[in-house]
Design a protein around this ligand. Structure first.
Ligand SMILES: [Zn+2]
Ligand SMILES: [Zn+2]
Length: 212
């Protein structure tokens, strides 16, 4: 989720809940956006570039599909444990229970993580595109699941429907086995990234073969 959405949502909820206490609304808003500083810190640590302008430029660039011949480095997923709701939320709300001035902070963090929540299994865009059929073998009437082509952990686009496919269990297993054989580390190279996201044959032709 982008900075602007985080800012607007946290500000709206802060103002709605604390109409009489502007500083609490401001604190909610600040906490709602401050969580994303972990992206900046991870970027700066991995790239050595501590310039926020460079970080913003990198962020804009990495949200576009990679072009062939573009050799700029990618730094993978830039999420730290602060973005794990099961860690951050209990800590934040426990602190807020013990010391009530922290409540707007806990609220801002909650709004942020709720916006970041992405449940690909319920991604209607992927399900609508697949029309109830496995996108690899075309079978219908069996349990189908949404799978990422490039996992967001490895830098795949978390919000882009084209980074997900609806597969039957058998196809998911075939793809998984082919991938594990091709990348024992589990992390696809940029070349595979290019192929997997361009709907051509995937690295090892496995992931996408048979896709119409
Ligand atoms: Zn975030
Ligand atoms: Zn299938």
């Amino acid at each position: 989720m982008r900075f602007r959405e985080h800012f607007l949502a946290a500000a709206a909820i802060g103002l709605a809940l604390y109409p009489q206490a502007p500083w609490r609304a401001v604190l909610t808003t600040l906490s709602g956006v401050a969580l994303d500083t972990d992206h900046f810190l991870l970027y700066a640590l991995r790239s050595g570039d501590w310039n926020p302008v460079g970080a913003l430029r990198y962020d804009r660039w990495r949200h576009h599909p990679p072009q062939r011949g573009d050799t700029r480095p990618r730094y993978g997923s830039l999420r730290s444990v602060a973005h794990e709701p099961q860690i951050t939320l209990p800590l934040a709300w426990l602190a807020a229970l013990l010391w009530s001035p922290l409540r707007p902070v806990a609220l801002g963090l909650t709004v942020h993580l709720a916006l970041d929540l992405h449940l690909p299994h319920y991604d209607w865009r992927v399900r609508h595109r697949a029309r109830g059929r496995c996108e690899r073998c075309g079978i219908a009437g069996v349990p189908l699941e949404v799978h990422p082509l490039v996992h967001p952990r490895h830098g795949g686009r978390r919000w882009a429907a084209h980074n997900y496919a609806l597969w039957c269990t058998a196809c998911a297993r075939v793809v998984h086995e082919a991938r594990t054989a091709a990348h024992p580390s589990g992390i696809p190279s940029l070349e595979c990234w290019l192929e997997e996201t361009s709907l051509g044959s995937a690295c090892g032709t496995a992931a996408r073969s048979g896709l119409s």
